[in-house]
Write a protein that binds this ligand. Structure first.
Ligand code: SF4
Length: 368
């Protein structure tokens, strides 16, 4: 029989915990004790009393998407009068605003540029966009797209996945966010977004990117139709991927944001209960104990709010993420926290939680 003290012994001695241990922790009543274990792991990996953050901007270049995921309030289907693709000049203006805040250090400002699966945009669109941003803004790190978008770009451009990622990389794409992972279980994906890529495809995009020398992140969107077993399965797949290819820089989790989504409107599929901050702290702490091979854990202040994000720093999180100028995707699903935080506010929140705020780049190198 599994007991908490045995898991604690494993975590504090640096031994890996099992999927059964993780399941046990999801049922364990004392979340604060799990937090202590997660903090132990965090302190082993990040012994300093500091919390990193990144100056970054979200740019949603198109909201046109044919996939119609039931948990998504952001997309508009092809042909909709509310669909848009923003012109390159406007993307440049947004980047100029970012650089005005983040300064001129090479690759120090992050753009997280993502959009829908727009049938009009093929590889040449992305090559042109990434290369012109790279030429014009050497201060900018392009952390863009998602596995879902990349698979589709490869498909409509008739390219192999490897050729597609190589061409995107050569044009200026620096790294790939973990978006689109949701829950890595086809059983769950069949219910919340059956047109979306399969679990093995998400993993394959990240595997190939790592083989091509790129870094990526892993995410998890929980709190919808999945079970605890699905969450653990997700964490297990992420850990295996990292053991194999080692290219994940960070893990970020957030809960399903239900407003204006088809999934929330369907009582048979979703029970109507948004996951709590308490569930977030438990989930992130268990993930921190389980993912012993992922270096950084990012807070999701945009979904959890600044207070829970501050508390998460005691539950295994060592990074406050990005300033996220102009976040549109979860904001479209009604998160009550605005998708933007000033640099001063972010530093204040970190300080108030008892840590020194330190700026980093997307590769998690510390910047002065
Ligand atoms: S989550 Fe992404 S793939 Fe799914 S509908 Fe929204 S934009 Fe499209």
């Amino acid at each position: 029989m599994i007991e908490f003290k045995d898991i604690a012994q494993k975590v504090t001695s640096g031994e890996r915990i099992t999927t059964e241990d993780a399941r046990f922790l999801f049922d364990y009543p004392n979340v604060a004790e799990i937090g202590l274990l997660a903090d132990h792991v965090r302190r082993r990996l990040h012994p300093e009393d500091r919390v990193t953050y990144n100056i970054g901007r979200n740019i949603n270049y198109t909201n046109v998407c044919w996939v119609k995921c039931d948990f998504c309030a952001f997309y508009r289907p092809p042909g909709s009068s509310e669909g848009w693709t923003i012109p390159k000049a406007q993307i440049f203006e947004k980047i100029e605003e970012l650089v005005a805040v983040g300064g001129d250090v090479e690759r120090a400002n992050e753009i997280l540029m993502q959009g829908g699966l727009n049938p009009k945009l093929r590889i040449d669109y992305y090559e042109d966009l990434f290369s012109s941003i790279r030429d014009r803004f050497p201060q900018v790190h392009q952390h863009c797209l998602s596995a879902t978008e990349i698979l589709y770009i490869a498909h409509i451009s008739k390219l192999s996945l490897e050729d597609c990622i190589r061409r995107l990389r050569d044009a200026g794409l620096d790294s790939i966010p973990g978006a689109g992972a949701e829950i890595l279980s086809d059983e769950v994906r069949d219910v919340i977004g059956f047109r979306k890529d399969r679990t093995h495809e998400w993993l394959e995009v990240h595997r190939v990117a790592h083989q091509l020398g790129m870094h990526t992140t892993a995410t998890m969107m929980y709190g919808h139709v999945e079970t605890i077993d699905h969450r653990v399965e997700h964490l297990d797949l992420v850990r295996d991927l990292q053991d194999e290819s080692g290219g994940l820089t960070a893990f970020i989790a957030w809960n399903f944001q239900p407003d204006s989504t088809d999934l929330a409107a369907d009582e048979n599929r979703w029970g109507g209960k948004k996951a709590t901050g308490y569930d977030y702290l438990r989930t992130i702490a268990i993930a921190r104990c389980f993912l012993d091979n992922v270096h950084s854990f990012q807070a999701s202040w945009v979904t959890q709010g600044p207070k829970v994000a501050q508390i998460s720093l005691k539950y295994g999180v060592n990074d406050f993420g990005s300033t996220m100028m102009e976040e549109n995707v979860v904001s479209a699903a009604g998160t009550s926290h605005t998708g933007e935080m000033t640099l001063q506010e972010m530093e204040r929140l970190i300080r108030d939680a008892g840590y020194d705020p330190v700026r980093r780049n997307t590769r998690y190198d510390i910047l002065n």
